[in-house]
Design a protein around this ligand. Structure first.
Ligand code: BG6
Length: 458
């Protein structure tokens, strides 16, 4: 029996933009996704934009019943900044009503809300001021967070500042993949740094308000594995780890940036503007706990043709490595490596003060999942059950080794909209029929309900 610690949190993760719908009604202003879809709909899979999501805005009561039916005791989602403060300053009463109802309903069902403040959804008016490049936006984010704490802090006892702050950096400022589609390492570094400043500022605000809960951050950690024990390969993995993990993990948990990262950035004249008091702010306002999203590892090798030394993108320091033994998710194309979760658990225990942490997302996306429907219309997603089970076994091993993990959240509760991929990859415990907005339990949903109820599995 894989029994998990008493009080272990079992649930799913989601985000406002990906589930709520009601994108431009009920007082909500546009965020960058609403805007981008308006101007470039072809970028989005099947031209499905953020207005057509899973209708949680209307169906949340029934959806929370569905969570209860699969024995969630926790649900992590986010508040939409552009819904709560459409002009950046004044509160939208309809939003307050909606979120109050959601949190009340969750509490009524004994489902703890874990609420995140920023999940890639920069309000358009804030992007027009420069997004995370602008310190004015950092201040505005702090105002939004303070408002949310004051409004909902009596109900929400677990907050997080950001979900995967590296994603806007990587996708929006390095890879031309998310709006504003910039490719500029210097600007990317500023965005990353200002996100960390914003996170620390908000943590400080939370504590100044004497709130009685805890505040953390959610990071997508990708353990970096070298091709071999050669010095070059190990150095390559170290660089990947520095850029993609430690650049957020270290300031968030330890309160300081890794010296090696600072040195590399300095060498390439990429250091961001650091104002007086910034580093103290980061040092003094580390997280109470950590959320970890884990999907796949990163495998790297020494660069075959060493790049010219002026090259400044993270990828100039390593090459991707295709591990011959790797197993792929055949339905989505990401590597499946369950032991990565154990390695994360041990890393947190050994190098990050054994801070309390939880799995904030772990999941398996599947294209054309309808093909796995049985004659009763149920998706027979045994592949997903196996995926979860194997990850949970490694997580359990990490906990047995002393890692302080307090929960496991699948991505995701019901199939939801995912940015440019829209509904291409389905992840839910419930299938959503987009035309009727009906929800149908999948086999993995049943399975999840059993393990959540028993707090473990055989
Ligand atoms: C995570 C994000 O990185 O991956 C989610 O936090 C996202 O917002 C999820 O939906 C799955 O991504 P994708 O591209 O497979 O749909």
């Amino acid at each position: 029996m894989y029994q998990f610690p008493k009080g272990f949190l079992w649930g799913a993760a989601a985000s406002a933009t990906q589930t709520e719908g009601a994108a431009q009604v009920a007082g909500k202003a546009k965020n960058i996704w609403d805007y981008w879809f308006e101007i470039e709909p072809d970028r989005f899979h099947n031209r499905i934009g953020p207005a057509l999501t899973s209708d949680f805005y209307k169906q949340f009561k029934e959806d929370i019943q569905r969570m209860k039916a699969v024995h969630f005791n926790s649900f992590r989602t986010s508040i939409s900044w552009s819904r709560l403060l459409p002009d950046g300053k004044n509160v939208n009463k309809e939003a307050v009503h909606f979120y109050n109802e959601v949190f009340d309903q969750l509490l009524l069902e004994d489902i703890k809300p874990i609420v995140n403040l920023f999940h890639f959804d920069m309000p358009l008016i804030m992007q027009e001021k420069g997004g995370w490049e602008s310190l004015e936006v950092v201040e505005a984010f702090n105002h939004y967070a303070k408002t949310a704490f004051e409004l909902f802090g009596d109900k929400v006892k677990k907050w997080t500042t950001f979900n995967e702050p590296i994603v806007p950096v990587e996708m929006g400022y390095l890879n031309h993949y998310h709006y504003p589609c910039v490719v500029d390492m210097k600007r990317a570094v500023t965005v990353a740094y200002n996100s960390m400043l914003a996170s620390a500022k908000v943590i400080k605000t939370y504590r100044q308000l004497n709130q009685t809960g805890e505040i953390g951050i959610i990071l997508n950690l990708t353990p970096s594995y070298p091709r071999s024990d050669s010095q070059g390969d190990i150095e390559a993995a170290n660089m990947a780890d520095l850029f993609f993990n430690r650049s957020f993990l270290d300031p968030s948990v330890l309160g300081e940036y890794p010296t090696e990262l600072v040195e590399v950035l300095r060498k390439h004249d990429l250091l961001p503007e650091v104002n007086q008091g910034d580093l103290e702010l980061i040092k003094e306002n580390t997280v109470d706990y950590l959320g970890v999203n884990y999907y796949q590892p990163r495998r790297v090798k020494e660069k075959e043709a060493p790049s010219n030394t002026d090259s400044i993108m993270p990828e100039s320091f390593f090459d991707p490595y295709i591990w011959p033994e790797r197993r792929m998710n055949p339905y989505r194309g990401w590597e499946i490596y369950e032991k990565g979760l154990y390695d994360i658990a041990i890393n947190i225990k050994d190098n990050y003060g054994n801070i309390p942490w939880y799995v904030a997302e772990n999941g398996m996306g599947v294209e054309n999942e309808e093909r796995f429907k049985d004659e009763n219309g149920m998706i027979q997603d045994d592949y997903r059950i196996e995926f979860y089970e194997e990850h949970l076994k490694w997580l359990h091993k990490g906990i047995e080794a002393g890692s302080n993990c307090f929960g496991y959240h699948v991505w995701t509760f019901m199939d939801n909209w995912s940015w440019l991929n829209a509904y291409k990859n389905r992840y839910g415990l419930y299938r959503v029929d987009l035309e009727t907005q009906q929800r149908y339990l999948k086999k993995s949903g049943q399975w999840f309900g059993d393990i959540a109820k028993q707090n473990g599995f055989k």
